[in-house]
Write a protein that binds this ligand. Structure first.
Ligand SMILES: NC(=O)c1ccc[n+]([C@@H]2O[C@H](COP(=O)([O-])OP(=O)(O)OC[C@H]3O[C@@H](n4cnc5c(N)ncnc54)[C@H](OP(=O)(O)O)[C@@H]3O)[C@@H](O)[C@H]2O)c1
Length: 274
């Protein structure tokens, strides 16, 4: 299928938080054309509001939405995926590509529900996609090939970075990068609170915290250096940073973050069952 989207028709089923972010970004960046894009939601009033906001047809009829679509995004909650796939099944063929962003739902479940050899790609984006700095993990199902993965990567690259992983790692991706923004927001909130405690105005404290996190992340990404080495470079012997690090170690920050990701990844395995 590749990465040439000219004339490609796209249906986004479940244009809620993540579906809405993807839809809006892909339209704004000109990858999709409003004339060739449709979306669905559950509630009629949401459909009307979204259609007005994005200037694309939005309905509550999944079966009709996928008719003639080249790419079908499934962005509903994991527990609703089976029902939606059963609705679209009569209108889906091998020529179409299904991209599911539902946590926990394996490609094999979607393939089985479709009952034919339709290519399925599973993707796990995160909410920073809204500003084009998202992180998405993708993997392919049994009937998808390299060109389908290329299509999915090209779409998600528009809203950030994309990494291809084996499907067995998708719950781990969910626990780390899909849930991760929430952990980082808590860290930023805490750092800003700390700034207030040591006398800074809240807006300045928040800016210092957020830009510091962005700067540190950028250095990790651009140098490829191990975070531990970069941390050592900030830590002057008998300086201030080592005193701060000592507090972090006493407060078990490391083990707490590790346990948070492990728990979220475990929960990601269960979501499709409610
Ligand atoms: N939020 C994230 O950070 C994130 C990240 C990665 C992946 N995901 C995955 O994305 C999926 C959606 O999560 P979300 O946070 O975007 O949830 P959400 O905001 O609740 O969006 C779900 C959307 O599905 C619609 N919907 C419900 N039943 C439907 C049906 N039968 N047919 C068509 N549309 C239907 C809802 O319609 P109404 O608007 O009318 O209620 C809503 O727009 C989940 O599977 C989640 O695992 C989420």
């Amino acid at each position: 299928m590749g990465s040439n989207f000219a004339g490609k028709r796209v249906a986004v089923l479940g244009a809620g938080k993540i579906g809405g972010i993807l839809l809006k970004a892909l339209l704004e960046k000109g990858l999709l054309s409003p004339q060739a894009t449709v979306a669905t939601v559950q509630h009629e009033e949401r459909a009307r509001a979204l259609a007005q906001k994005l200037n694309v047809p939005v309905s509550t009829d999944n079966a009709a939405a996928v008719r003639g679509a080249d790419i079908i995004f499934v962005c509903v909650k994991p527990q609703v995926v089976q029902e939606v796939i059963e609705q679209i099944r009569p209108n889906v063929s091998k020529k179409q590509l299904i991209i599911s962003v539902a946590a926990s739902v394996p490609t094999s479940q979607i393939e089985k529900a479709l009952g034919s050899e339709v290519p399925v790609v599973r993707a796990m984006p995160n909410t920073p996609c809204v500003l084009g700095c998202g992180m998405t993990g993708v993997c392919k199902g049994k009937f998808a090939d390299a060109s389908h993965l290329e299509t999915a990567c090209a779409l998600f690259n528009v809203v950030g970075k994309t990494v291809v992983v084996d499907e067995k790692h998708m719950d781990a991706v969910t626990g780390l990068s899909a849930s991760g923004p929430a952990y980082i927001y808590i860290i930023l909130e805490s750092l800003a609170e700390a700034g207030v405690k040591v006398g800074l105005p809240r807006d300045i404290a928040t800016l210092l915290a957020a830009q510091t996190a962005l700067g540190a992340a950028t250095v990790v990404l651009e140098t490829g250096d191990h975070p531990a080495l970069l941390k050592d470079a900030v830590t002057t012997p008998a300086g201030c940073t080592i005193d701060g690090i000592l507090e972090l170690e006493e407060g078990k920050l490391r083990v707490t973050l590790i346990k948070a990701v492990v728990k979220a990844a475990q929960r990601a395995k269960e979501l499709a069952n409610g």
